[in-house]
Design a protein around this ligand. Structure first.
Ligand SMILES: Nc1ncnc2c1ncn2[C@@H]1O[C@H](COP(=O)(O)OP(=O)(O)OP(=O)(O)O)[C@@H](O)[C@H]1O
Ligand SMILES: [Mg+2]
Length: 382
């Protein structure tokens, strides 16, 4: 006799499942924006509806797994397990696997049409532009999109953090391409990033310190028809090879930044929110001042007819324990409404550890809160 269960009340259920299965569940829930206990509930309900024999999952090295299921649901699963000679751990493991099978991550966009362009920008240094650019690109690649990350900062932090050498000074670089001083293939600057972890879908266009000269050179180069389109001219041929191009910008104003902002503008035939700016900020007053400057630069590009959408703020390095200035600043960002706050990223150790290890955050700490935040950004903008 199966006991009735009430979906409104929950009971704690502790079983043992393999740690890889639990990790996959946590990542998938973050990708899809679903609470883990709801996913397990759906999995158990799906398991109860099955009368066929499901593949056995190796639970011999299972570790404790606690969740909250609607009261009585676990009792029903236990009855089903007993009737078919299965251990209860096996029943939960199969339920989780069923849910995973029924809820795949999003599919990559078709290769037709040009890539969406995400420009990660803020004149203020150290707010997390590189962290957010890298994390968003990883979250996109993880869910199946093909992504090109562009290191557009002469500091080359992105290139270094992902474990690559920046291009040698005076080598053929993005700057050299933008100035029209080479006929080399732009693909020569591109390297795959952790192909095993991201299925060969994540690539990096490496940075070079010569980007320090870009502002001055763009100012004096006469032959460029539209200075602001210098980045677009170089990256456009790559746009049909990927679904997203993510540009990590330097903390600066100037012609180079104009070119990056212009690249995120709405093109003919595009809807308003396909491409645009992601703006990492911190919950503090100086971030607000930097935003005013960014806004002015974006406004000035309107004179060229360039409308550049704001996709949203990412409030990074958030730690409410730092007090009133931090909490009230967050409220101010949130109260703006448009652009909206896409996510609040806590200040935690995993990001810095991943940088130290020269590894992608989403492969180094896939179940961290920061990795979950990157997936949240992707869900809200893409
Ligand atoms: N949420 C976070 N928690 C902990 N550390 C973080 C977090 N976000 C970023 N960091 C660390 O803070 C530092 C600055 O971040 P990042 O390099 O992304 O900023 P940036 O805006 O790109 O800086 P710059 O203006 O110099 O380019 C880095 O060491 C990074 O690893
Ligand atoms: Mg940076």
């Amino acid at each position: 006799m199966t006991a009735p269960y009430s979906p409104d009340d929950r009971e704690k259920v502790v079983t043992k499942v393999p740690s890889e299965l639990r990790q996959t569940l946590k990542v998938r829930c973050a990708q899809l924006g679903i609470d883990m206990k709801d996913a397990v509930t759906l999995g158990v309900e799906a398991r109860l509806a099955r009368t066929d024999v499901l593949p056995l999952i190796d639970t011999t090295r299972g570790t404790p797994f606690a969740t909250w299921l609607p009261t009585g649901l676990y009792g029903q699963l236990k009855e089903q397990c007993t009737a078919s000679g299965l251990a209860y751990n096996q029943g939960i493991a199969q339920s989780i696997q069923l849910w995973l099978d029924q809820n795949p991550v999003g599919q990559a966009r078709k290769s037709t049409g040009s890539a969406r362009r995400l420009i990660v920008a803020n004149q203020k240094g150290g707010v997390g532009k590189t962290t957010v650019a890298a994390g968003v690109a990883q979250a996109l690649a993880e869910r199946g999109d093909r992504v090109l990350l562009v290191d557009f900062d002469p500091q080359c932090h992105l290139t270094q953090q992902l474990g690559f050498e920046e291009l040698a000074y005076k080598a053929t670089s993005l700057t050299v391409h933008m100035l029209g001083e080479t006929s080399d293939d732009i693909h020569d600057l591109i390297v795959p990033v952790e192909p095993d972890a991201f299925g060969g879908r994540l690539h990096l266009l490496r940075g070079c310190t010569d980007a320090f000269l870009l502002d001055a050179k763009l100012a004096t180069t006469r032959h460029l028809r539209i200075r602001e389109a210098a980045l677009e001219r170089v990256l456009e041929p790559l746009e049909n090879e990927v679904d997203y191009i993510v540009v990590d910008c330097p903390p600066s104003l100037g012609y180079a930044m104009d070119a990056a902002l212009y690249y995120g503008r709405i093109r003919d035939g595009e809807s308003g929110q396909e491409s645009g700016l992601i703006i990492p900020v911190q919950a503090e007053d100086s971030s607000a001042n930097a935003y005013v400057l960014l806004n002015e630069q974006v406004e000035s590009l309107k004179e060229l007819g360039a409308l550049i959408p704001y996709l949203g703020f990412v409030v990074n390095l958030y730690d409410a324990r730092k007090g009133y200035v931090v909490t009230s600043s967050l409220e101010q960002w949130q109260s703006m409404g448009d652009p909206s706050v896409l996510v609040v990223v806590p200040e935690q150790k995993e990001q810095r550890e991943a940088v130290r290890m020269k590894q992608c955050l989403l492969s180094y700490a896939p179940t961290s809160d920061q990795a979950a935040a990157m997936r949240t950004i992707v869900r809200s903008i893409a």
